[in-house]
Design a protein around this ligand. Structure first.
Ligand SMILES: *Cc1c(COP(=O)(O)O)cnc(C)c1O
Length: 372
């Protein structure tokens, strides 16, 4: 939570997260909950504690700093830092707190190896690139990597990971399958030396759509938060039952008439074609509510959709409530979630021109509470 002193309240329903995790665990044997970026805006520790209480035994966060918050917050079990140890402080933190860093360079291996105490074993996750071209050793790097590891017995690989680029698009499953084949070969190579290393390839979409790519550990993120990564595809039904867990509300400051011919907000981009009633809502781009929603987004008021009129301002937005009786100052406007015709994270993302991941991470920065 980083945006203070505004009027927005984010409510995270932990029960929905719990049910999503249980649903995914019925489909895949060993999900490692991906809770990077403050659990996609839902709150790192509350989410970790909730999932841990229903049996989650491993977590993947982003930075080592996030992982340290988890460990210091009492989360047991495996904690993987997806961004790896990027400097000496990170490396020392991983060793001191039994955090498993994802390793994707020889420099990182050296940094960790040189900081292990005599006789100490440092668990690491090997990160491989099979098609994202982001971070990771390639298949061609494998022989040199194995040689280097062989010479550094204080480092113990426990996990081999790679990340899928288009698993949310069944029409391009050939690329996903190809990534799976490359990863299988890499995993066999690693297991030739460390037979106990676990393989992990599937994100949420991979978990739902590609049971053949589950390997030992799956890494669901967005599905935990109730967004279906296969939405809009032929395999959308595989995400049935996932529930969004975040409601975002803010008060209406004033309701007033907007007579025919009057414009509203900066730039005069909207002029009333008839006599209207507008509600001025306490939310704007300073609250991470995108100005890109100007003139095309919507909120819900009294459970009904209220379209945004004109430009989103820094801390205020106007919505049309002409068709909604009895709206008054102090009533709640829902930016996402809430009763009635609620906007899901995906609905809002479509209006916003982005993906649910971004909507959740950004709105989740507002003042937030959790309910069981
Ligand atoms: C974010 C992330 C995931 C989770 O992806 P979703 O699409 O949210 O399920 C899995 N693995 C890695 C490496 C990630 O960065």
């Amino acid at each position: 939570m980083t945006i203070d002193y505004n009027k927005i309240s984010v409510r995270v329903r932990l029960g929905a997260l719990r049910r999503n995790f249980e649903l995914l665990r019925r489909l895949a044997p060993a999900p490692m909950a991906v809770i990077k970026s403050d659990a996609y805006g839902h709150g790192l520790l509350p989410v970790a504690r909730t999932l841990e209480a229903v049996g989650a035994d491993s977590f993947a966060a982003g930075t080592v700093g996030e992982c340290a918050l988890l460990r210091d917050g009492g989360i047991p079990g495996r904690i993987v830092a997806l961004l790896g140890a990027t400097d000496a402080t990170d490396a020392e933190c991983c060793i001191a707190r039994s955090i498993v860093p994802a390793v994707y360079s020889a420099d990182q291996l050296e940094m960790l190896a040189s900081r292990a105490a005599p006789g100490q074993q440092v668990d690491i996750a090997l990160k491989f690139d099979t098609g994202m071209a982001r971070l990771g050793f390639t298949e061609a790097d494998l022989p040199a990597l194995l040689d280097r590891l062989h010479a550094r017995p204080m480092l113990r690989p426990v996990l081999a990971m790679s990340h899928l680029a288009v698993s949310d698009d069944p029409a391009r499953s050939d690329f996903t399958r190809e990534q799976g084949e490359i990863f299988s070969r890499i995993l066999s190579g690693v297991r030739g030396v460390w037979p106990a290393v676990q393989g992990s390839l599937a994100n949420s979409a991979g978990l739902l759509a590609h049971p053949e790519l589950h390997f030992d550990v799956q890494r669901p993120g967005i599905a935990l938060y109730g967004s279906n990564p296969l939405r809009g595809t032929a395999l959308a039904h595989l995400g049935d039952g996932l529930e969004p867990a975040m409601d975002v509300a803010t008060p209406i400051l004033q309701v007033h008439p907007l007579p025919t011919g009057r414009s509203i907000s900066y730039g005069r981009t909207f002029t009333a074609p008839r006599d209207m009633a507008v509600a001025i809502v306490a939310a704007g781009y300073a609250d991470a509510y995108s100005r890109g929603l100007s003139g095309k987004g919507a909120m819900t008021v009294h459970g009904r959709r209220a379209p945004i009129l004109g430009r989103v301002c820094m801390q205020m937005t106007a919505v049309d409530v002409s068709h909604i009786p009895g709206v008054a100052a102090g009533d709640a406007a829902y930016l996402m979630g809430g009763p009635g015709e609620a906007l899901t994270p995906d609905d809002l993302a479509d209006l916003w021109g982005t993906i649910s991941y971004e909507v959740l991470c950004l709105l989740g920065m507002n003042p937030r509470t959790h309910e069981a």
